[in-house]
Design a protein around this ligand. Structure first.
Ligand SMILES: [Zn+2]
Length: 425
């Protein structure tokens, strides 16, 4: 509660935080299963959530509509109509059995900030747009950032043919939702229309809590490389093959996993590596494993750092395979480049944080966000808000009222003091 003695005059009542928490709960009540929170792209829950958010946008003085991919878009004009916009946003879809803050916090906070300007009759020398992206998590069609890619103009039409678990294609789902897949191109914005894209989001990690801080400045959205590795040795009888004659693929994989962990653990610059899946064949108690598949997920704050680390780890795995006489196949299955936050936006976010009386602290985002798509058409900035225990993608995900309020005050301060980049594009 060290933040109670500071902040914007007249806001000690946490009124912004209170409104945000109420709306977070209202949105959380829209779920395909009343026992948990599950809000999936292009479902009736998506529709109900969109309608609720559109209503809040209109109450806040914005013109609001749903675009061709199901994003909700609100616009608050500046001193005169048609000015370039500062875009604020996040997503309102969820994973299955989700928490209530991941995504909606950024959308709802942005709307509350605009509502505050609207109540005061304040118009700025630029427009403000708020976007609630319809699909960030990628649960239904196994393809993330569909909403923000449509806005960035990088939506891949081939994804329209991808089918969900029940056999419905994305194109069919868009049509059934009442939208036209042929119009997705119309959701795209162009660089000159936007002054910047700013997203406020829960941290989804424990760092701010450890620093005893409500908010932080994000330096970059870390890129990720995912690898699939397969080691092939020789299956055999667990009783008859002497240890020195074995080519045990699972023991080899275990050594690899240890090396990956050790390599990342000794890195001082934010490298993280995870083996999240492993499968051994034939998978019997009394058989030496002949073949093992496992995945590796590696992330770092810069692309150069991550790529070098991936190369080093792959080399060590090759050496282990060779020494153990195992055949190795290793493939890159996914690669996301790092989205660095723009220095001029980081500076303005830091100023807003300091002005609200908090210590300025920078941290990278290990998780992916819509900014990874938006960076193609706008400079990106992100504000992180502390979440309890660093827990997310889980029903226990929680943000304290005072922290939600702090995030809103920082965002509001940022908006009011926002200066477009000198000579901006
Ligand atoms: Zn999120």
């Amino acid at each position: 509660m060290s933040k109670m003695d500071v902040g914007t005059a007249g806001r000690e009542d946490l009124s912004l935080g209170r409104e945000i928490a109420e709306r977070i709960n209202a949105l959380a009540a829209i779920s395909e299963d009343p026992a948990n929170i599950t809000r999936i792209f292009l479902t009736s829950e998506h529709r109900a959530a969109a309608d609720l958010i559109l209503g809040w946008m209109r109450q806040a003085g914005m013109a609001a509509h749903i675009d061709a991919i199901g994003n909700v878009c609100g616009r608050y004009e500046g001193e005169r109509p048609g000015l370039p916009a500062l875009m604020l946003g996040s997503h309102y879809d969820t994973v299955r059995d989700a928490g209530r803050w991941d995504g909606p916090l950024g959308v709802i906070t942005a709307i509350s900030c605009v509502a505050d300007l609207h109540r005061r009759g304040l118009r700025l020398p630029f427009a403000i747009e708020v976007v609630g992206f319809a699909d960030e998590e990628g649960v239904r069609f196994a393809s993330t950032l569909l909403g923000s890619r449509a806005v960035a103009g990088t939506f891949d039409e081939a994804v329209l043919g991808v089918r969900d678990m029940t056999g419905v294609s994305l194109g069919e789902a868009i049509t059934a939702f009442g939208l036209d897949p042929d119009h997705i191109g119309k959701a795209a914005r162009v660089r000159g229309e936007l002054l910047a894209y700013i997203e406020l989001h829960i941290e989804q990690g424990p760092v701010l809590e450890q620093e005893d801080l409500a908010v932080g400045v994000v330096t970059a959205i870390a890129g990720a490389t995912r690898l699939a590795a397969r080691l092939t040795g020789m299956a055999g009888h667990a009783g008859t093959v002497p240890m020195r004659l074995r080519r045990d693929a699972l023991s080899g994989a275990a050594e690899c996993i240890g090396v990956i962990e050790e390599f990342c653990r000794t890195d001082q610059a934010g490298l993280v590596g995870t083996v999240g899946y492993i499968h051994a064949l034939p998978g019997a108690t009394n058989v030496i494993p002949g073949q093992v598949s496992f995945t590796i997920d590696m992330r770092a704050p810069t692309d150069m750092h991550r790529r070098r680390a991936v190369t080093d780890v792959a080399r060590q795995i090759e050496a282990i395979a060779k020494r153990r006489d195992l055949a190795l196949q290793i493939d890159v299955t996914h690669e996301n480049r790092t989205a660095p936050c723009a220095p001029w936006l980081k500076a303005q976010i830091a100023d807003a944080i300091a002005a609200e009386g908090f210590r300025v602290f920078e941290l990278p985002s290990g998780a992916g966000h819509d900014g990874m798509a938006m960076i193609d058409i706008a400079d990106v900035g992100m504000i992180f808000v502390r979440c309890r225990g660093g827990i997310s993608h889980h029903p226990d995900e929680h943000v304290e009222l005072a922290d939600a309020d702090a995030g809103a005050r920082v965002l509001l301060r940022l908006i009011e003091n926002f200066r477009p980049q000198a000579g901006g594009k």
